[in-house]
Design a protein around this ligand. Sequence first.
Ligand code: G1P
Length: 293
Amino acid sequence: MRKIKKAIIPAAGLGTRFLPATKAMPKEMLPILDKPTIQYIVEEAARAGIEDIIIVTGKHKRAIEDHFDNQKELEMILQEKGKTDLLEKVKYSTELANIFYVRQKEQKGLGHAIYSARQFIGDEPFAVLLGDDIVESEKPAIKQLMDAYEETGKSVIGVQEVDEANTHRYGIIDPLEKKDRKYEVNQFVEKPKQGTAPSNLAIMGRYVLTADIFDYLATQGEGAGGEIQLTDAIERLNRADQVYAYDFEGDRYDVGEKLGFVKTTIEYALKDEKIRDELAEFIQNLDLDTPRS
Ligand code: G1P
């Protein structure tokens, strides 16, 4: 079986939930403390042994390319000033993996974004990591899926439970048998209408796919929201060949919407020794009773 060495990270979305901050800046560059969210995703892939990453970008996404590139002038200044800690951090982001870029020229949905990277992938199995969730786990979430792929030779889709009330926001699976953390799947449904979801197991932004998926994406029509949906192509692949779902272990931080983003920022700040105590004191002293406008 072929080893998984390549990953696609789609980053072409408009980031409308964070406007106007994302008018001129990619949402993937919004920082949790001092690191852009996309770096957490690239770090997960690198920890899993992924060597080559293709980021699917769009308009106004140049900052992502600059972030993962060398910044020789900045590095020299930090060196001269003896700021070695910062120098290491700046260099680290350029050394994580070989990063390539392709532009999605039209906003036609996640399935279309993945299809835009097909030439880079060729006929190899590959990983996909979406940027809306940072996952913390001993074994990287994507590595858990890669291991399940190595056992089965089939595509493996990462899932986790969500509240019933939120199933309409996700791709949802109709699970069959479960063995260890792996499910056979009767059906994959993208964003089922409220009250119609076949389970509360949601596709959670981590996938290992065989290159067969490109054949289905090539002919995939519009689905939920008028977009070409990756989930719909996976559903067709599952009918022709087995596709597994894998309930991966890990703490999930939703950085794709405002409330989740703020909560994640607070949680990460509380893990940072330098600011933890003062922040905890600040939170404890917040006056939560006074109504705000
Ligand atoms: C995408 C996928 C959906 C998945 C979700 C995870 O939706 O289409 O199946 O559950 O990511 O975050 P989006 O959030 O991009 O609309």
